[in-house]
Design a protein around this ligand. Structure first.
Ligand code: F6P
Length: 369
């Protein structure tokens, strides 16, 4: 990359879109340091994802090298703000219905004179930004983020590891109180369609049962696993469930109504599962729904390192004029791939994958046997 010819870009925009997570600011900081510090580019931080480009004037701030210090690396959330609804091709109207506002985004890019845009987002955002490339000027390089870690094309997305650390810490705190009161503790973690957080946190937190949406579960094996613990003299059990798991009756539990244009709001399945466990085992159960604490807070080391690596690589791709690429993490290092590979492509837990095998190897019940 060092020897590459500059493509002549002068002004680069960076935006964060979709649900926030720890490590976004680490990536933004890396973009500023590489783009402004190394390549001498002007960096514009776009506010509120692509929605900030729809306004006239667009909502943005000039990002200077002085802001890109270690305090930014440590900060949770995103200094640029984000939105997790507002597909410009089907933008929700206040009076109901949707409209195509993609032309406003192209106008915003032109108004700001952006030669390149680095978009840090999840699968839905990648699909939208990829589509924007075909409807007008949108010279885009993607960086993957999602605590769910279910984005196609990359083995790792920014934010996942910190979320797993938070869930693991919760399990470390739940275990002593579970043991003090002879209880089953159910911890519900996030993961809209995927069980990666539940699986990783469950292994790291030493749980007895992990329920994920990719592996259909039944009460009989779960109750038998808890009974077997009791027979061995154990007076408590730890259960981790992904929010997308269905109840014992096969129902999806929603936290409430969704805003127009937003994805369904999952949350609350831990409650009915805890209740069903009480009925099936006779033991007392309690539930903790971890929610958004998994997204906030200072990033762990891996999210700082991956965020920094991806930020630097994305700028180098833009400088080389290699648009339509997404930075990916493969075999422990940063690389890049066509954004089509990630646009709308999910990567759920493969029931045959290594982590599932590890969980089974540890004797953790996954609810199917
Ligand atoms: O996709 C990331 C995620 O945190 C999911 O795990 C969760 O279901 C969803 O976002 C929550 O979204 P919101 O912030 O809109 O409640």
């Amino acid at each position: 990359m060092e020897a590459m010819q500059q493509s002549g870009i002068k002004r680069l925009g960076v935006l964060t879109t979709g649900g926030d997570c720890a490590g976004l600011n680490a990536a933004i900081r890396a973009v500023v340091r590489r783009a402004a510090g190394h390549w001498g580019l002007e960096v514009y931080g776009i506010h509120q994802g692509t929605v900030g480009l729809m306004d006239n004037p667009p909502r943005y701030e000039r990002l200077e090298l002085g802001q890109a210090d270690a305090a930014l690396l440590r900060a949770g959330g995103t200094i640029l703000g984000s939105v997790n609804r507002g597909d410009p091709f089907a933008y929700p109207l206040p009076e109901g219905g949707v409209t195509d506002l993609s032309a406003k985004i192209h106008a915003g890019v032109a108004r700001l004179g952006l030669d390149a845009i680095i978009g840090i987002g999840g699968d839905g955002s990648m699909r939208i930004m990829h589509r924007l490339m075909s409807t007008g000027h949108f010279p885009f390089v993607g960086i993957p983020k999602t605590i769910d870690n279910d984005l196609g094309a990359t083995e790792y997305a920014i934010g996942h590891h910190t979320a797993v650390e938070v869930a693991m810490e919760a399990l470390d705190r739940l275990q002593p109180t579970a043991a003090s009161h002879n209880r089953i503790m159910v911890l519900e973690v996030m993961g809209r369609d995927a069980g990666h957080i539940a699986l990783a946190a469950g292994i790291a937190g030493g749980v007895d049962v992990i329920l994920i949406p990719e592996i259909p579960w039944r009460m009989a094996p779960v109750a038998a696993a808890i009974k077997a613990l009791r027979d061995r003299g154990r007076n408590f059990a730890l259960v981790v469930v992904a929010e997308a798991v269905r109840t014992a009756e096969g129902e999806t539990v929603l936290a409430g109504p969704s805003a127009p244009g937003a994805m369904p709001r999952l949350g609350g399945v831990g409650g009915p599962i805890a209740h069903a466990l009480e009925e099936a085992t006779g033991a007392e159960a309690r539930v903790t729904v971890l929610g958004h604490v998994q997204r906030g807070g200072s990033p762990g080391a891996l999210d700082r390192i991956v965020g920094s690596s991806m930020g630097v690589h994305a700028v180098d791709l833009a400088v080389a004029g290699r648009f339509g690429r997404i930075v990916v993490w493969r075999e422990g290092r940063v690389a890049d791939a066509p954004v089509e590979e990630a646009a709308g492509a999910a990567r759920p837990v493969d029931p045959n994958d290594d982590m599932v095998r590890v969980a089974r190897g540890l004797g953790i019940c996954l609810g199917d046997q």
